[in-house]
Write a protein that binds this ligand. Structure first.
Ligand code: FE2
Ligand code: FE2
Length: 145
């Protein structure tokens, strides 16, 4: 009987109450989950390579979009935040290259540590950014002074 996969597809603590950012994070987390799933089920390596490529490309796009928001909203911690994006991307590139060259096997532990790193980034740096953006919003329900 196949085991159900209790993947933490989306955790409430990752939600930042900013729709575009949350939507992109969900997709990012979905790709990490898909990668884990492919490894767990021993699917052909091309499938893992394909998901890893999508995760790398999508993360690149997502980080650029956050960095644009930071510029637009004059976010004071842009440099530290963008620096962690660079490190995450470098890590993804390295994984992708090593895996493509067959230097190291892609293990579940590698993917889980990637998930932890990504989750920690979302819960700290991205949360701060979303709070900064959300504070700057003047909703239609805002009280007139
Ligand atoms: Fe970020
Ligand atoms: Fe993010």
């Amino acid at each position: 009987m196949p085991q159900p996969h209790p993947h933490p597809h989306w955790e409430e603590r990752l939600a930042l109450k900013n729709e575009p950012i949350d939507g992109e994070h969900q997709l990012q987390v979905d790709l990490v989950n898909a990668l884990e799933d492919v490894l767990e089920r021993g699917r052909p390596r091309e499938e893992a390579e394909d998901i890893l490529r999508q995760l790398d490309d999508f993360s690149n796009m997502h980080f650029m979009s956050e960095e644009l928001m930071m510029r637009f909203h004059s976010y004071p911690e842009l440099h530290a935040h963008a620096d962690e994006h660079r490190q995450l991307l470098e890590h993804l590139r390295t994984l992708r290259e090593q895996f493509a060259r067959d230097d190291i096997p892609l293990t579940l532990e590698t993917i889980r540590s990637l998930r932890r790193w990504l989750g920690a980034h979302i819960r700290t740096m991205d949360r701060k950014l979303a709070e900064h953006i959300n504070q700057g919003k003047v909703g239609p329900e805002a009280e007139p002074h």
